[in-house]
Design a protein around this ligand. Sequence first.
Ligand SMILES: [Fe+2]
Ligand SMILES: [Fe+2]
Length: 273
Amino acid sequence: MHRVVQISDTHLSPIKQHFACNWEPLTSWLSAQRPDLVIHTGDVTVDGADIAADFSHCSDLLDTLGVPVLSIPGNHDVGEAYHPHQPVNDERLARWREHIGEDFWVHDLENWRLIGLNSMLFGSDETEEQRQLAWLDRQIAEAQGRRLGWFLHRPLFIESPDEGDKGYWSVPPRPRAHLLDLVRRNDVAFVASGHLHRAHDFAVDGTRYIWGPSCGFVVGSEMQPGMAGSATLGAVTYGFEGRDYTAQVHEISALKTLWIDDVIHEVYPSPVA
Ligand SMILES: [Fe+2]
Ligand SMILES: [Fe+2]
């Protein structure tokens, strides 16, 4: 069996150490899992989108895990489409690639093709958006019968595939429609995401959607009113055996329950207009 652990939303920085206390207990828990591969589904850094030191710090930390790590960027790592202060762009993507690695990638097992996607490009109209989509088409076409599992930072949707624009929380409707069409037409067994800092596991039209919880902090209900899933800290374990797989969300009790609401004015102050 091939063991993969998904971690997410560590939000680490050498400057803003608000969530640093959860790294050590996470690494202890991880080593006990003996994974063959760790996948980080983004927001690795507090603010890699603007601060290179966050990346070198996080790259060093990921190296200490002693297992292969594949990461995909979150909004705090490479910026967001059409963001007034931190738009995703070539400069930010280059910084991610320099320190962390490819921002979209494929990882093959005997019967599985795991695909990491840079969800921050969706709806950005950056040149890289089309390059990634063309690459994704090729990865699907050349999967040679392997089943597919997708990993991305922003979930494709929150409640239902045909919902309207959920703003900050998910992929916008226009790029989402194309991606869901690919999911429906191919054997995408699961779509795993981060970003929400919530744990959830549900299925729509035969595809499983797994919200990987954060390993750093949780978000208060004022910012996520009525949202599904649970505000717990943890990780997701996957086991791939033949064409079967298991996925299980774990709450990691050794992680300290930190709420972003208590420190957001320090960690992510609103830019002065
Ligand atoms: Fe996050
Ligand atoms: Fe995020």
